[in-house]
Write a protein that binds this ligand. Structure first.
Ligand code: ADP
Ligand code: MG
Length: 628
């Protein structure tokens, strides 16, 4: 069996690794490098991927695509601001999706990521001497359903069989072998090229539970490079009165030199930046050269504000996990930028512990993904580790009155499957709409709608009779499938939550925070909605009784009908006191109507209540409710 590999599909760089003799190892690419820039460039018919694409970025800004991970699986209205930050054209695609326009052609972010995956796998296949098909791909812990699904699709577009999509911090913890250590609380500090993620994980019995995530979606190594570029260009301008940033050739060289200098300063206390023939003097046309020495101290001065920005997310992650720094058992560093000495210093200072640095920070995620691939393939060296991830937010459906009926609670280990029976709220209701929701708030409108679908063709039946079986099935990748089936007719409808909508990390954080803040107000609103729903279902029951007890006296029918009409108006008015009095009146009228009807037909003693609804049941979307 060909080996399965692990892939860290990074915002800036990607890495591929495989299990060799019981240990994960990085596979070098065709250029001999251990990391491959996640950059794809289009030049005529040619497609360049990796370092070669990156090297011509400043010269070909409209057709060199980088940081495409920011767009994958997201909706246009969520990334408008992000789109304005990149030099290439990002625009709205079909159905509110995101497309990248290159040379008149519209590309989906998945297609671009697929190019990176294809190169990684092709190079690795050549190195291993066998064709790789099975892969495990990592994603940030805060990636939602559609971002995970889109990442998986990128793999499929690249012709791969994606065995599993796992969280980057989980993979990093696996690379450190932390799953063997028993119960531990781990803080994963990941500072990459353009993003900063802090994740607190709790490990125990093979369960990797994400306790909290925080970060900064616009902080990474490239910002540090930019500071050096600005400094070099500023110094040069003072001397020669010429802004190098206006010349794309010169800018490309500056960016490369800045990153190189930054990397050197991780090991040396000073470095020399030398760029001969960087440009020509605009007046004399004589060549100009750039040469500068940069010390680590100067570098830290240029980046002091960036360094300060890593503190807050760490504090936030601790607060969200309700932990103090001293309760963290282990800190692991992930991402190339954690090699910067000042960054390490800050981490140590924040947590009061030396970070664990036994694994290369820019390789840990891919190595862990390879371990996961080995586990799935049953690699005997790995023993019997079982790994589980958990759902970051509660998943549920919208029910009557705009409320949420939770199906799979937050922090449930995946894969998970849950089936509930619902029913209709109206007589002869022909269909129901199922709105799939993600979030912690009790009202549907305050949560994220992941998708909607309709189940139609329900045969005419009184309210409460149909048995609508709704199943939520979330696979090991965190991808959700929802099906609804009406049992008497066998009608079925389903949805696979795809690229329709997403939540980004700040949304997740915000929603969790808001849920806490709004708990009290939500409870009141919920009570109000429940009252209204109870009255409405009682009204529907009353109407059903009017139909069924055709033999009742005209007078009794009139009275019940009048009470039902009042109920209908009260529900519409949304006035609490009116709802309460209408509820009382309708209950009384229904009771006396039933008593009269039963007395009138002793022979049919068992005719009472075919509708097995409890009053406090939820009803989906004004026409749908859980059955008993
Ligand atoms: P991502 O996860 O965002 O794709 P990586 O983890 O590969 O990114 O981090 C890439 C960043 O790490 C780049 O900005 C790169 O310059 C930086 N980096 C790599 N090695 C070093 C080093 N030795 N010192 C400082 N920064 C480094
Ligand atoms: Mg990374």
């Amino acid at each position: 069996m060909p080996k399965a590999v692990g892939i860290d599909l990074g915002t800036t760089n990607s890495v591929i690794a495989v299990m060799e003799g019981g240990r994960p190892e990085v596979i070098v690419n065709a250029e001999g490098a251990r990391t491959t820039p996640s950059v794809v460039a289009y030049k005529g018919d040619e497609r360049l991927v990796g370092q070669i694409a990156r090297r011509q970025a400043a010269l070909n800004p409209k057709a060199t695509l980088f940081e495409v991970k920011r767009f994958i699986g997201r909706r246009w209205d969520e990334v408008k601001e992000e789109a304005a930050r990149v030099p290439f054209v990002v625009k709205e695609g079909p159905g509110g999706s995101v497309r990248i326009e290159v040379n008149g052609q519209d590309l989906a972010p998945e297609q671009v990521s697929a190019e990176v995956l294809r190169k990684l796998v092709q190079d690795a296949s050549a190195k291993l001497g066998e064709k790789i098909r099975d892969v495990v791909i990592t994603v940030p812990a805060y990636f939602d359903n559609s971002q995970r699904e889109a990442t998986k699709q990128a793999g499929e577009i690249a012709g791969l069989n994606v065995l599993r999509v796992i969280n980057e911090p989980t993979a990093a913890a696996l690379a450190y072998g932390l799953e063997r250590k028993g119960n531990e609380t781990v803080l994963v500090f990941d500072l990459g090229g353009g993003t900063f993620d802090v994740t607190i994980l709790e490990l125990g019995d093979g369960v990797f539970e994400v306790k909290s995530t925080s970060g900064d979606t616009h902080l990474g190594g490239a910002d540090f490079d930019q500071r050096i570029v600005a400094w070099l260009a500023g110094e040069f301008q003072k001397e020669h009165n010429f802004d190098l940033r206006k010349d794309p050739q010169a800018l490309q060289r500056l960016i490369e030199a800045a990153e190189k200098a930054k990397i050197e300063l991780s090991n040396a206390s000073e470095t020399t930046i030398s760029l001969p023939f960087i440009t020509f003097d605009p007046e004399t046309r004589t060549p100009l050269h750039l040469e500068r020495t940069l010390t680590r101290a100067k570098f830290e001065e240029l980046t002091a504000d960036l360094l300060r920005r890593v503190r807050q997310p760490v504090e936030q992650a601790l607060a969200d996990a309700k932990l103090s720094a001293s309760q963290i058992d282990e800190v692991i560093l992930v991402g190339g930028s954690t090699r910067i000495p000042a960054v390490k210093r800050i981490v140590k200072d924040l947590i009061g512990k030396d970070p664990n640095e036994s694994v290369n920070p820019d390789e840990a995620v891919a190595l862990g993904a390879a371990v996961q691939a080995g586990i799935i393939q049953g690699d005997s060296n790995l023993g019997d580790i079982v790994l589980v991830d958990v759902t970051p937010l509660t998943l549920g459906v919208e029910v009557k009155g705009g409320m949420v009926a939770p199906m799979i609670p937050r922090n449930t280990t995946v894969p998970a499957k849950k089936t509930e029976i619902y029913t209709t709220a109206e007589n002869n209701q022909p269909g129901v709409e199922i709105n799939v929701l993600q979030g912690e708030r009790p009202m549907a409108a305050d949560n994220k709608s992941l998708g909607r679908f309709k189940l139609e063709g329900i045969p005419p039946m009184p309210a409460g009779r149909p048995q609508i079986e709704v199943t939520f099935d979330i696979d090991a990748n965190g991808i959700l499938h929802v099906t609804a089936k009406e049992k008497t007719s066998g009608k079925e409808a389903s949805i696979r939550i795809e690229n329709t909508t997403t939540l980004d990390k700040s949304d997740v954080e915000r929603m969790v925070r808001e849920a806490e803040q709004n708990a009290e107000a939500d409870r009141k609103r919920r009570e109000k909605v429940e009252k209204r729903n109870n009255l409405d279902s009682l009204r529907v029951q009353a109407l059903a009784q009017l139909d069924e007890q055709a033999g009742a006296s005209e007078e009794a029918k009139q009275k019940l009908k009048a009470a039902a009409d009042e109920a209908e108006e009260a529900v519409r008015s949304d006035d609490d006191s009116r709802i309460e009095s209408a509820q009382k009146r309708l209950e009384e009228e229904l009771r006396s109507f039933m008593t009269a009807a039963q007395q009138g037909s002793q022979a049919q003693a068992s005719a009472a209540g075919p509708q097995a609804q409890k009053q406090d049941d939820d009803v989906i979307d004004a026409d749908f409710k859980p059955a008993d």
